[in-house]
Design a protein around this ligand. Structure first.
Ligand code: MRU
Length: 369
């Protein structure tokens, strides 16, 4: 998508050999900076410390990280052992988004089919590009299928009325390689001339909604309003939300959805108010092994300072971090929750829209079962 009118991806291979470039998302919305990553250690740090974040973007960055691992291994030593060690290092950076393991495994499989080291390196480079390109293509298709859904819902409204979508966190293009999952249908509807407006949950504690989703919608000229996290239920009761679309970091093959903390409460409010609650995801975000998401999806717990402190820009243009809580108060920081399939109206995938159920998911992706 666009930054000041120029198209960008979130992660790509630079012209200099062995250099991966990313948009450093910690700096947004106040600064736009490209960061260069030159080693697997750099990639692991960028994922762990959230220079890049969001399921698809983490996966694609790890894909490029595995190419850097192959480059490192090609210089000397036991190629397969080095690559395996680097794979484990990358997988350990964040636990919830399944795209990370998916991308690393795909790279290991690709390299395993090669016969000599030079070929392994070529395959790893090709595979990294394929992961990124497929992520972008899948998100574009999600946009097209989501647009069909929006058109159907718009048809139920008075002609010319604004169509209001609520989204949580950032499942925008910044969370992928391009287009986004939850935002792809929004961008498609906006491009189709549908009068769309987005309620953007701020998404404490890291404020990915307020900082990232608001920024990227603004860059694309999509009308939006940032709201505090607890406003959604009120808006739904007043008929001001026509559709909730979120992304997901891991969805079981039975339709349970892990997403940024607070998503479950939005799903409950949506159900109580008969507002459709859809989740958009590329198939790389399905976990084909786990059946009970509430019980078995690992939930990341992050440092308490994300809860006790807030960061932002002062009136003088200086980036500041301020304390919010009494020094002596403990904090807890659960980064994700799981919305059970029964609260999800449907899943928007690159192959189309389906019910959040094992049966419907199996019909769309029969080769996975
Ligand atoms: O902790 P993050 O920023 O990596 O969290 C991921 C998210 O932004 C959301 O949970 C998002 O809705 C799903 S990722 C496509």
């Amino acid at each position: 998508m666009h930054v000041n009118g120029t198209p960008y991806r979130t992660v790509w291979l630079g012209e200099e050999p062995g250099v991966v470039k990313i948009i450093d998302q910690r700096k947004l919305p106040f600064g736009f900076e490209i960061e260069e990553l030159r080693s697997v250690d750099d990639i692991a740090m960028a994922i762990r410390d959230m220079h890049v974040r969001g399921a698809g973007c983490i996966g694609a960055t790890a894909g490029y990280g595995m190419y850097l691992a192959a480059l490192e291994a090609s210089v000397g030593g036991d190629f397969d052992a080095i690559v395996r060690r680097r794979a484990d290092q990358l997988i350990a950076t964040r636990p919830t988004a399944v795209n990370l393991r998916w991308a690393v495994d795909r790279q290991l499989d690709a390299m395993a089919t090669a016969e000599w080291e030079g070929e392994k390196l070529d395959f790893a480079e090709r595979c990294a590009h394929d992961i990124a390109d497929e992520d972008a293509r899948s998100c574009r298709s999600i946009g097209e299928h989501g647009l069909d859904l929006i058109r159907r819902l718009v048809a139920e409204k008075k002609e010319g009325d604004t169509f209001n979508v609520l989204t949580h966190c950032n499942a925008g293009w910044l969370a992928f390689v391009d287009h986004g999952s939850a935002t792809a249908p929004i961008y498609a509807a906006h491009a189709a001339g549908i009068p769309i407006h987005v309620w953007v949950d701020e998404t404490r504690p890291r404020n990915q909604g307020a900082r990232l989703t608001a920024w990227e919608l603004g860059q694309e000229g999509v009308p939006h309003t940032v709201i505090a996290d607890n406003v959604g239920g009120y808006l739904m009761q007043r008929g001001l939300v026509d559709l909730v679309i979120t992304g997901t970091d891991r969805t079981t093959h039975t339709g349970d959805v892990a997403n940024k903390i607070g998503t479950y409460l939005k799903a409950l409010a949506a159900r109580d108010n008969q507002v459709p609650f859809y989740v958009a995801l590329p198939s790389s975000t399905f976990d084909w092994e786990i059946s009970d998401g509430v019980r078995d999806i690992p939930i990341e717990e992050r440092g308490g300072e994300e809860v006790s402190h807030l960061s932002g820009m002062s009136a003088e243009g200086e980036e500041l971090e301020v304390r919010l809580t009494p020094e002596s108060s403990p904090t807890a920081n659960y980064a994700f929750d799981v919305t059970p399939a029964r609260l999800v109206s449907g899943l928007i995938t690159e192959r189309g829209i389906c019910e959040a159920s094992a049966h419907a998911i199996q019909k769309l992706f029969p080769e996975k079962f």
